[in-house]
Design a protein around this ligand. Structure first.
Ligand code: PLP
Length: 403
């Protein structure tokens, strides 16, 4: 047996810093969102979930559940292998056509997660471009960063959403070198949105490939839920649009869309695509149903935005340190890991409100926060209850003074 004491020291250090991750044991019951049952040390307790990425509650949509059940009965529950070895099923093929059509691209390719899609696609494309340099927004997601690391090419990190810094980086590079700008539309920890059009202008000027992660935008932005690039009419200026099926679409899996050749190259060369079992057909059927619904029905999104507006209005009035950003994501900065854990514990134990603390390295030290996400299932009354509880907790922990 190995001596694992070094790992317990690492864990102790995380605990001392307040960064030790505690998973809250919940049962989310279909049809009862945003409530869930918490398996607490004192027994089962009902809590209201305020941090889910199932932004529209599609994971519990009756038609989506039905699609999954039907497909399981028809196809069984597993895909049978990797896409090369008997794991391509008709549901995969038609879902890829659907996402390509959604984004106005020639081809789509689906992956087992958004992380997998970013890592595999970025590393593969960059390896296929000799002497490539990737320009990466400093707030890019871990999966993009991991893809760039795996590409083993030069990386230039530009300041978050900073066009001047991006330009400075681009203009310092040899014009003949292949370049890729990797960025996100909706940044999930700050809730802000990238200046996509202006980044496309720079990409045109410096002949760079554009790679856009729309994970937190698909299903929500644009008339058919194709994301922020679609909403702003610039989809055709993005070379590769990446997103996932786990947020607004409520299921799981990821994808990329782009030109026939780019996608065919990723399909043919990406280890992270080739050597892993494909998504189960019932999961794919559920995703497809969710996309179809959100392409034509705006009702849930309308309800979402009404609730987002009310939540922001209440937080503004209460003087709580919420980050004023334009997206549906509402971060409230606590600024200290231990305080952040205390806020979450008090909210859950005394008010039946469940949120997770967000710590380093997801956000920089000193920027620890809670990240509120409201859904159509949250009532107006629940929003007021949440804000009253936050005000109370901020008072009880003296956080107004600490700020
Ligand atoms: N990209 C961004 C911006 C994300 O926030 C996430 C996950 O939260 C991912 C990619 C990875 O997606 P998935 O959870 O499907 O692996």
């Amino acid at each position: 047996m190995i001596d694992d004491s070094i790992f317990s020291e690492h864990l102790q250090a995380l605990k001392a810093e307040g960064r030790y991750r505690i998973f809250v044991d919940l049962e989310r019951l279909a049809g009862q969102a945003p409530y869930a049952l918490w398996h607490s040390p004192m027994g089962l307790k009902k809590v209201t979930v305020w941090c889910s990425n199932d932004y529209l509650g599609m994971s519990q949509h009756p038609a989506v559940i039905e699609a999954m059940k039907k497909a399981a009965t028809k196809y069984g529950v597993g895909s049978g292998g990797t896409r090369n070895i008997s794991g391509t099923a008709h549901p995969h093929v038609i879902l890829e056509q659907e996402v390509a059509d959604l984004h106005g691209k020639e081809k789509g390719l689906i992956f087992t997660s958004g992380y997998n899609a970013n890592e595999a696609t970025i590393s593969t494309l960059a390896q296929g471009l000799p002497n490539c340099v990737i320009l990466s927004d400093e707030k890019n997601h871990a999966s993009i960063i991991q893809g760039i690391r795996a590409a083993r090419c030069e990386r230039r990190v530009f300041r978050h959403n900073d066009l001047g810094d991006l330009r400075a980086n681009l203009s310092s590079l040899d014009p003949k070198r292949p370049k890729m700008i990797a960025f996100i539309s909706v940044y999930s920890m700050d809730g802000d949105i990238a200046p996509i059009e202006a980044i496309c202008d720079l990409a045109d000027e410096f002949k760079a490939i554009t790679y856009l992660d729309e994970v937190h935008a698909v299903g929500l932005y644009g008339s058919q839920g194709a994301g922020v690039a679609a909403e702003r009419g610039v989809q055709d200026r993005i070379d590769i649009i990446q997103a996932n099926f786990a947020k607004a679409y409520g299921v799981m899996g990821g994808y990329v869309t782009g030109s026939r050749t780019l996608i065919d190259y990723v399909r043919s060369a990406a280890s992270g695509f080739i050597f892993t079992t494909s998504l189960p057909p019932p999961v794919v059927a559920a995703i497809h149903q969710s996309i179809r619904i959100l392409r034509q029905d705006y009702t849930l999104r309308k309800q979402l935005w009404q609730r987002v507006d009310l939540l922001k209005y209440r937080l503004e009035k209460s003087g709580l340190p919420y980050q004023r950003a334009t997206s549906h994501i509402v971060p409230v900065v606590v600024g200290n890991a231990i305080h952040c854990q205390n806020v979450c514990d008090l909210l859950r134990e005394d008010y039946g409100i469940y949120v997770q603390p967000i710590n380093y390295p997801t956000v920089p030290r000193g920027q620890e926060r809670i990240r509120l996400t409201v859904t159509p299932a949250h009532t107006i009354e629940m929003i007021h209850t949440l804000c009253d509880a936050l005000e109370d907790v901020w008072d009880r922990l003296n956080l107004y003074l600490a700020a």
